[in-house]
Design a protein around this ligand. Structure first.
Ligand code: NAD
Length: 293
């Protein structure tokens, strides 16, 4: 079994970012990312903190905008409008989920598609569906594709079964992998909560992607011998043996399936490492596209 770790692959992406960043800087341009955080959910705060840290490490201009949980929809849209107009900002990310009284879709639609480095604006999702490389693909699915590419796992002609149909992960990854070009050309099946007899479907997969949000959901009965497994899930479970009383696990029961797989991503230390790397790459590309470099 080969372990597909996220850190070394994320490093490859960061080295590319550094080269691209240096070229931009030499031409007098500084890529800028703005991350908007509404409320004080600890997990969201931690994600925003790591995005801000990574921007600073790479030398990007980073703006963190924190707003109270009771901000009105109108005030939040005004924040987006300001960022859309800000010449120093090339990428805008609004940390999801937003408090329930806010309309996430309207917020995403308000972001200038040229600054939508999270790739969730309808224009960018449309470009993804059309194989148009001028758009931005969502970061986690792009990270999964990059992991397959960098690990030398052929996708062309392979049957990929993705469990989970969210726009953020499953549906977007399906579009990426069924597209044309390197790291794509796969035959993709998307399964979800209403799929009947899931194990008989997932056992047909050469590559199985789990994006479900249920700890240890995928076990050996879901896999054929020699399958490649990409575990997108990040779930916190109780663990009295750990210092904090909890730990992170994936949607795949790693210990139970590892001997049956050809390759597998761990949790933590797998796909999660790629998401921020792809966000940095998208922000730098947004800046290049803006300045025509
Ligand atoms: P989501 O809740 O939006 O979607 C979950 C999907 O799983 C749904 O499409 C649902 O139909 C499907 N599903 C639920 N129960 C099922 C069942 N019994 N059988 C088959 N399908 C079932 O979640 P999401 O945003 O797509 O996230 C999925 C997981 O990935 C979560 O654990 C999340 O934390 C993780 N995640 C990780 C990253 C990362 O950076 N690694 C990024 C985003 C999400």
């Amino acid at each position: 079994m080969k372990l597909i770790e996220g850190a070394p692959i994320a490093e490859v992406v960061y080295r590319e970012c550094e080269t691209s960043f240096a070229e931009l800087k030499a031409a007098g341009h500084l890529p800028g990312l703005a991350v908007v955080l509404v409320g004080d959910d600890p997990a969201s705060k931690a994600y925003v903190g790591s995005k801000d840290r990574k921007c600073r490490e790479l030398g990007l201009h980073s703006v963190k905008i924190e707003k109270p949980a009771d901000i009105s929809q109108g005030d939040l849209l005004a924040v987006i409008d300001e960022l859309n107009a800000d010449e120093a900002i090339h990428g805008i990310l609004v940390q999801m989920p937003l408090p329930r009284h806010l309309d996430e879709e309207e917020v995403i639609r308000r972001i200038d598609p040229a600054k939508d480095v999270d790739g969730l604006h309808p224009v960018n999702l449309g470009k993804l569906a059309m194989d148009d490389p001028t758009g931005f693909a969502p970061c986690t699915p792009s990270g999964c594709q990059r992991m397959l590419l960098e690990s030398g796992i052929e996708t062309e002609g392979k049957h990929v079964v993705i469990v989970g149909r969210s726009l953020l992960v499953g549906k977007s990854l399906a579009l990426l992998l069924m597209g044309k070009g390197k790291g794509a050309n796969a035959t993709v099946t998307v399964a979800h909560s209403r799929t009947k007899d899931l194990p008989s479907l997932t056992r047909q997969a050469d590559i199985l992607v789990a994006a479900i949000g249920i700890p240890h959901f995928i076990g050996p009965d879901h896999l054929k011998e020699g399958a490649v497994v990409i575990d997108v899930g990040i779930n916190r479970i109780d663990d009295p043996a750990s210092k904090s009383g909890s730990r992170l696990v994936g949607d795949v029961d790693f210990e139970a399936v590892k001997d049956k797989c050809e390759a597998i991503t761990p949790v933590p230390g797998g796909v999660g490492r790629m998401t921020i790397a792809m966000l940095m790459a998208n922000t730098i590309r947004a800046c290049r596209l803006k300045v025509g470099l």
